[in-house]
Structure formats: C-alpha cells, structure tokens
Design a protein around this ligand. Structure first.
Ligand SMILES: Nc1ncnc2c1ncn2[C@@H]1O[C@H](COP(=O)(O)OP(=O)(O)OP(=O)(O)O)[C@@H](O)[C@H]1O
Ligand SMILES: N[C@@H](Cc1ccc(O)cc1)C(=O)O
Length: 505
C-alpha cells in the first residue's frame, strides 16, 4: 500500500518553555474551567511562562464524583482550554474531553495545509495555534502539507472548482509553507516536543487506483459523501462538481487513516469548513481499522475567523494577512493587529495569543475604566501575535519601524529603517539635482504626497507636514544636502498616516 512517509522533525534552538519534563500532579477539586481556577491557570508555565509549575487537572464530570479524593497524574485539559478561549466549534466525540486512560496517554494531533499559495495566512494561524495548545498540554503535533490533496483541490467552502496548479508552483508553495511552519514551531516549542512536518504526497504517489478503490472506496458510502456540505452546495450550483473534487474527502479521510495506523495520530483538527473531510477520516478508521474501544480517532474543529464583512480570512481575499515576512512585513503585520477595533480585540487576544485568560479579562476591565490609554489592548495583541509568528527579531523590527514612522518621533532615521518600511509606503525616485534646493511645497506635490501646492501650504501652516519625521514650520523650507538621509532617501509625511519615500537616483 503506502510507503513510509518522509518526515521532518523540527528542533528548537531556543528553549522558550520548559514544559512537561515532569508530570502535572493534581490536587483534585470540582471541575472548574481552567481559567477560572486561579490555582491552575495563572501560575502554570503552559499558559504563561516564568512562574513555577503548579498542580493541574483534567477529568470528566463523571470522574469528578468518583476520584475526588485521589491524586493522579493529569495534563491540562486541552479541550477545556480551547473551549474557554473560543477555539472550539465541534468535536466528533465528547470522549476527547477525557479520552480513556487519559492519565498518562499522549494524544497525537494533526492539521493539514494544502500548498495552494506560497504563504500561509491569518486564517491558517488558528490551526497552528491549536496545534501549539496541544503541544503545550504535552501532546504531540504533526503539520501535514497537502502535496497530493492540493493537486485535487478542496471543494469545502468554494463555489467554483479551484484552478489546477502546476508542479513548479506546488513545489514553491510547499517550500514556502514548510519554512513558515518550521520557523513558527521552532521558535515556539522545545526540543522535547518538536512538531513533525509530513507531506501526504509521500504516500499518495505510490497508491494505485485499483488498490485505492479496493481498500478505501469500498468502505465509502456515496449517500454519505453526497450529503456533505461541501458537496451539497456545489451540486446545487450551476457549475456542479467534478468527480476529482468529489473524491477529495476520501483523500483527506485516508490521510487520517494512514496517520492513525502508521504514526499513531488520533486527533485531526481543522477549521469548521473541514468537518466533512475530518469525519470522512474518522468514519474510514472506524470501518476499515475497527480500532479497539479506547483507541478512538477524534476530530475537532475551531470556528472560522471572519472579517467584519463576514467573509473568512483567507488567501483569496484582497489584503490577506500573510504569515510569511516576504509577503507581508512584520511591521505591516504588527500594524494590522494594532488597528483591530476595540469590539474585536478581546476576542482576538483569546484566540490568537497564549496569554492567561485572567490577564485578558483584566485588560477588558481596564478598557472600560476612565483613563484607559487607547490601544493598550491592541498593542498587547500586536506584540504577542507578531512575536509568535515573526519571533523577537521580527517584533523588534516592527517596533522600530513603528516608532521611526511616528511623525515627531525622537528616533533619528537612518537609511536602513526607511528601506525597511519601503514596501509598506508609496515611494518615488527623483534625481539628486531635481531634489536639492527644491521647496518642500513643490516636493510634496512632485512626490505624490499631496495633490496641490495650496494643500501643501495649508498643511504646513497647520503644522502637519513632516520631513524625516520632524515637523516643518517655515513655508519657505528648501531641501538641503543634510536632509537627504545617508545621501539616499527622504521621508515625507502628511499628518500621521500619509507618507512617501523619496529615493535619490
Ligand atoms: N479564516 C479562517 N479561520 C479559521 N481557520 C481557517 C481559516 N481559513 C482557513 N482555515 C483553516 O486552515 C486550514 C487550511 O486551509 P486552506 O489551506 O484551505 O486555506 P484557505 O484559506 O481555506 O484557502 P482559500 O483562501 O483558498 O479558501 C484548514 O483547516 C482551514 O479550515
Ligand atoms: N483540506 C484541508 C487541507 C488538508 C489536506 C489533507 C489533510 O489530510 C488534512 C487537511 C484544507 O483545504 O485546508
């Protein structure tokens, strides 16, 4: 059937969390949501970092009545954590809340990503965060690149068949996504619990059609397949659905079976649009492998992260929030979260960061108090998410650019900082001779910063025109050699938001 899959085990050079190198012992108390039990959550290194580990519990309501007096080794309950943070939509079985022999069994969870773009995006970050929560609770995680499934195209949530991708594009995308996953997980996790990255092309490339039909197709019921949301919707549409796309759910279903059988993976996670594909897997496992009681395969979905217009964050939308720094600079990434509306910021903090819920609740209370400094919660969100995705270096790059770009900032601009934000700010090139001695009013117009000289004069009078972040007062200001930063660039700003970089050619 299938060959052993190639795997990449990621190792971290930075030990950010000294996690689970010891068991978590319980002092049992009635089942409390973890975040609302201050003895558990607040001081646990799983949730924040530097404080000493404490006793932590996971047991079902049923167990609570019978085992209250016992001390047992338990892990923090990952399902409870996800639920409290708004990261749980559906479970295939409530047993996952307390799988049999939980006390010392480790779950192995996977999430798949089809390489349909060179970078992952904000929507995909939820899968990464949920994988990381499993790891933080001591479970093992696998990130699966859908090298095979991307050739088919997941119909879930799509009104049209996806365009076919050529091999070069697929390979480029696979590399890009693998780099992002390795970067994030390397920064996040420790050597004791590295993530494993696999590619489903490794087992699909050798699976022959006749074997597939015999070993898998025979167990899949067409009625059940047609009833899946992803299929129903498409069948109602004018374009219908190809047989190839129709089989997608079986490919993803078989992936789960393959990973269950060969790698001991017993949980699959995904956004709620993946429910049909995930349950295709749990069904195949149940029918084909008939695992013993207590060796169940579980599916867990999280809600889709939606934009204010109700459309999911994805790669297909304009202004996608990419996770790869070559698609969206850490500065722009940081700015996106810094600008999240007050109405969304607390929800985002719960979903997208690993901060204690207590800390988030306190921020929420603070937001309602008089004297709250606007954007404090957004700043925390932007810092946490940027650090998780781009690391300390990415965060400090973003903070440096943010500060440097603040009109009136004390920081002296250098050429490197200005170039660092160049992709996020409009720019133009002008010859040295054209710029030297030119009035600032004229330069504001010729660089495209302002529409007219009268607008430039008006802004100057109001004190809203900046050259290299310094406010210019005199209407007669002309560009001098020392205004050209490192002899290469100038930064013009009209108010806080509008900026232009002038490169000297
Ligand atoms: N906005 C989102 N919120 C939560 N999860 C998401 C979101 N977008 C994608 N995911 C999840 O990320 C995983 C990979 O998704 P996928 O590679 O298909 O990206 P996609 O964004 O759905 O693609 P496209 O933009 O082409 O629709 C799936 O588990 C999917 O549910
Ligand atoms: N179907 C998932 C990707 C995926 C591929 C293979 C899997 O086994 C699991 C998930 C998506 O479109 O996002």
């Amino acid at each position: 059937m299938a060959t052993a899959a190639a795997r990449t085990v990621l190792c971290s050079s930075q030990l950010h969390l000294k996690l689970l190198s010891f068991p978590f012992y319980l002092s049992l108390s009635p089942k409390l949501p973890i975040s609302s039990n201050p003895n558990l959550l607040n001081k646990n290194p799983v949730f924040s970092s530097p404080l000493p580990p404490v006793r932590c519990l996971q047991y079902s309501t049923q167990q609570a009545s019978t085992t209250r007096t016992h001390e047992a080794i338990r892990r923090p309950n990952v399902v409870d954590i996800l639920e409290e943070r708004g990261l749980l939509e559906s479970l295939t079985s409530d047993n996952l809340r307390c799988p049999p022999s939980t006390s010392n069994s480790t779950l192995k969870v996977y999430c798949g990503f089809d390489p349909t773009a060179e970078s992952l995006h904000l929507g995909n970050l939820l899968g990464i965060i949920v994988l990381s929560w499993f790891q933080r609770c001591g479970h093992k995680a696998v990130a699966l690149i859908g090298g095979a499934t991307a050739r088919i195209g997941d119909p879930s949530g799509k009104s049209l068949e996806r365009p076919e991708l050529d091999i070069d594009t697929l390979e480029k995308n696979t590399l890009g996504i693998t780099n992002t996953l390795t970067r994030i997980f390397n920064m996040d996790m420790n050597l004791n619990n590295p993530i494993v990255v696999m590619n489903n092309y490794d087992w699909w490339k050798e699976f022959r059609l006749l074997d597939f039909l015999k070993q898998v197709g025979r167990y899949a019921r067409v009625g059940t397949m047609i009833a899946k949301e992803s299929v129903k919707k498409r069948l109602e549409s004018e374009q219908g659905m190809s047989y190839t796309e129709f089989t997608y759910q079986l490919l993803q279903g078989y992936d789960f079976l393959y990973l269950f059988k060969n790698e001991g993976v017993n949980v699959q996670i995904g956004g709620s649009d993946q429910w049909g594909n995930i349950t295709a897997g749990t069904e195949l496992i149940r029918k084909i492998l008939q695992p013993d009681d207590g060796a169940e395969a579980y599916g867990l979905t999280f809600p889709l992260l939606l934009k204010s217009d109700g459309i999911k964050f994805g790669k297909s939308e304009d202004g996608a929030i990419w996770l790869s720094p070559s698609f969206l600079s850490p500065y722009k990434f940081y700015q996106y979260f810094f600008s999240v509306p007050d109405a969304d910021v607390i929800r985002f903090l719960k979903i997208l960061t690993f901060l204690d819920l207590e800390e988030i609740d306190e921020l929420e209370r603070e937001m309602k108090r008089p004297g709250y400094v606007p954007n404090t919660a957004q700043r925390k969100l932007a810092e946490e998410v940027t650090r998780f995705v781009h690391g300390e270096d990415g965060l400090s790059e973003a903070l440096k650019a943010t500060e440097a770009l603040r009109p009136g900032a004390e920081t002296k601009l250098d050429w490197k900082t200005i170039e660092g934000i160049a992709e996020d700010v409009p720019s133009c090139s002008l010859a040295y001779d054209q710029v030297l001695n030119l009035s600032l009013v004229d330069l504001s117009v010729s660089s495209g910063l302002l529409e007219s000289k009268s607008a430039a004069r008006r802004l100057l009078k109001q004190g809203g025109l900046y050259l290299n972040n310094s406010r210019v007062d005199g209407e007669n200001k002309r560009i001098e050699p020392e205004d050209i930063v490192d002899g290469k660039v100038l930064l013009l700003s009209a108010g806080k938001k509008n900026k232009v970089i002038v490169r000297i050619s």
